[in-house]
Design a protein around this ligand. Sequence first.
Ligand SMILES: [Zn+2]
Length: 99
Amino acid sequence: MTKQNVRCDACGCAFVPEPKTQREGEIEYSFFNCDYCGKAYIVSVTDAALRRSIRKYRSLAEKLKGKPLSEETLRDVTVLKDANTKRAAELRQMYIREE
Ligand SMILES: [Zn+2]
């Protein structure tokens, strides 16, 4: 994956984000800080169940890569992916106060 510059909303500086993770109990925050002013940007928030589900999705996607998928399989994969996306959004709302 190529690292891309991001621009900080707070100070306007462009920098290459260095992703870090922080655990608080079962909750894991993935974030990076602005190189210049230190503002924290949270990338994602996951709990144990979501991390398990994401792993499941990734291994499934890896296994199915390049293979013709039946409609049923495709639906299962999509359902799993959508559930993860939805849960990630819920956790974000629960644990992050956007300014
Ligand atoms: Zn900044």
